[in-house]
Design a protein around this ligand. Structure first.
Ligand SMILES: Nc1ncnc2c1ncn2[C@@H]1O[C@H](COP(=O)(O)OP(=O)(O)OP(=O)(O)O)[C@@H](O)[C@H]1O
Length: 270
């Protein structure tokens, strides 16, 4: 995909203080408007760490990060927050927020901390809840919700932020099958409207079908970066998971992935 990068990392190196080996070594990537980038990697491969580096929540030992071509440190915090939204994997709230209040927190970068919500903010919250089909949760305490319901609230909070870049750490985790695919469709819509989305995922078929570009994180490095069908290959899935997986073209349609284990079970047990 062409166009200037909205977020660009060059040669990132990172290790947690006191931990032995580096988690990331020499990772470079660029995220452009209109792109959905999927980040695949095994458990503990450093996906969350990389996303937290891209958000400026961790500092790289080496390397640079630019937002809209300007070094990360040159931006004021609020200006960055207007441009980059984050959907974390795990989220604790310090107060017993109602869902609509938690989602409204996403408006703070737009309005500032001290100004009360206006009609436009309330409309934005209502639209986001509707878009995620969770209007019925608006008056519920966030901390009483299920994991999947909370995840949808965090996505609504990112939507009302109206940031150009959305960083999502395993956004479909905990969501039922219908919500998973509806969320992926929404992510595609956001990108089609000009936003740039990077999301980590453990689902190769989501990367294959919902992303424009796939990054494969392995042994602290990006082992691949390219179009989905060039990256989500049996060879790369073997590297990533240790599993033999075959890819089958549905006539005139997408690729379907089948682990060889399934083929073996079916051959043995019907
Ligand atoms: N705060 C921390 N201090 C020390 N080591 C950490 C810390 N957070 C993560 N790590 C280590 O860094 C490595 C990468 O962790 P990270 O959470 O980035 O992986 P991940 O790919 O997101 O994993 P998962 O798919 O299981 O969520 C792991 O070995 C993890 O144990």
């Amino acid at each position: 995909m062409k166009g200037a990068a909205v977020l660009e990392a060059r040669d990132l190196h990172f290790g947690y203080p006191g931990a032995g080996a580096a988690v990331l070594a020499g990772v470079s990537l660029a995220l452009r408007p209109g792109e959905v980038v999927a980040l695949l990697g095994a458990n503990g491969s450093g996906k969350s760490t990389l996303l937290r580096l891209l958000l400026g929540l961790l500092r790289p030992g080496r390397g640079t990060l630019c937002l809209e071509g300007r070094p990360w440190a040159a931006w004021r915090r609020r200006e960055r927050a207007r441009r980059v939204a984050y959907v974390p994997q795990i989220h604790q709230v310090p107060f017993p927020y109602l869902v609509r209040d938690l989602v409204a927190l996403g408006r703070i970068p737009q309005r500032g901390l001290l100004r009360t919500l206006g009609a436009d903010d309330r409309d934005a919250v209502a639209r986001a809840l509707e878009r995620l089909h969770i209007t019925h949760l608006a008056e519920r305490p966030y901390h009483e919700l299920s994991g999947g319901e909370r995840q949808l609230c965090l996505i609504a909070r990112a939507l009302v932020q109206e940031a150009q870049v959305i960083v999502m750490d395993e956004p479909v985790t905990g969501l039922d099958y219908g919500h998973q695919w509806r969320l992926l469709a929404l992510i595609r819509e956001l990108a089609a409207a000009g936003r740039a989305v990077i999301m980590s995922t453990h689902y190769p078929d989501h990367a294959l079908n919902a992303a424009n570009r796939v990054l494969l994180l392995h042994a602290g490095r990006l082992a691949a970066d390219g179009p989905p069908e060039a990256v989500v290959t049996p060879a790369n899935l073997l590297l990533l998971t240790g599993l033999a997986v075959s890819a089958h073209r549905i006539p005139g349609g997408p690729l379907a992935l089948v682990p060889e284990l399934v083929t073996t079970w079916r051959a043995a047990h019907g």
